[in-house]
Design a protein around this ligand. Structure first.
Ligand code: 3PG
Length: 213
């Protein structure tokens, strides 16, 4: 396992983007890491939606400079497997108390999903202040995020779900936005087709767009 000494949350804020990756085969993990690094975005949230997640994290985390997290973490067992494979942060779709409690206790950076004030209260109770707003567009997008950030001024959000090149800059313009998550630059079909030059190009475009902020 690569040594992960990176300070995750400042790194995510620096890159402004968290590519949400679904890998159907761990064979794609190396070329995808190369495409992300080559495109200027050495970050990946590898989702536990496929059986290839753990092996893929292991491959990607070995790449120098890659910041690899595990997404769609629904159980403590998955969190343990992810960290064992080299994940340096955990993302969960909701604020799942056993998963959050485990990560906080172990000092593993976690950004759990929230969509309501009650969710934010729950996550804040664990001492967390960088939270995934998920699914962002389905839950009202920017309008909801502005309303949520008014009473929770200490919280930084990573909106994910429906974020794309067409609305990225609108999200990044909000002071409460830490970074944005999205899959548009790591399209699952392109990855499965082995079209890594196209993926790299989409990654470069996303980076260039984010830098306009
Ligand atoms: C997901 O649910 O897959 C992630 O939140 C990414 O959503 P997106 O595909 O809309 O970017």
């Amino acid at each position: 396992m690569a040594c992960q000494t990176v300070d995750v949350f400042p790194a995510l804020a620096k890159h402004k983007l968290v590519p949400v990756v679904v890998l159907d085969s761990a064979c794609s993990a190396g070329p995808l890491a190369d495409a992300l690094i080559g495109g200027g975005l050495p970050v990946a949230e590898v989702t536990f939606r496929t059986d290839a997640a753990e092996a893929s994290i292991r491959v990607m985390a070995e790449r120098d400079g890659m910041i690899v997290g595990a997404g769609t973490v629904l159980t403590v067992e998955q969190a343990k497997r992810a960290v064992g494979a080299g994940a340096s942060f955990i993302v969960s779709p909701g604020t799942n108390p056993p998963v959050v409690e485990y990560c906080v206790k172990e000092g593993i950076p976690i950004t759990p999903g929230i969509a309501t004030p009650t969710d934010i209260d729950l996550a804040s109770g664990f001492g967390l202040d960088v939270l995934k707003f998920f699914p962002a567009e389905a839950y009202g997008g920017i309008k909801t995020l502005k309303a949520l950030s008014a009473p929770y001024g200490h919280v930084r959000f990573i909106p994910t779900g429906g974020v794309s090149a067409s609305n990225l800059l609108d999200y990044l313009a909000l002071p409460c936005v830490h970074a944005c998550g999205g899959s548009w630059m790591v399209d699952r079909k392109l990855v499965n087709a082995g079209e890594f030059a196209k993926v790299r190009s989409l990654v470069s475009q996303a980076v260039a767009l984010a830098q306009q902020h």
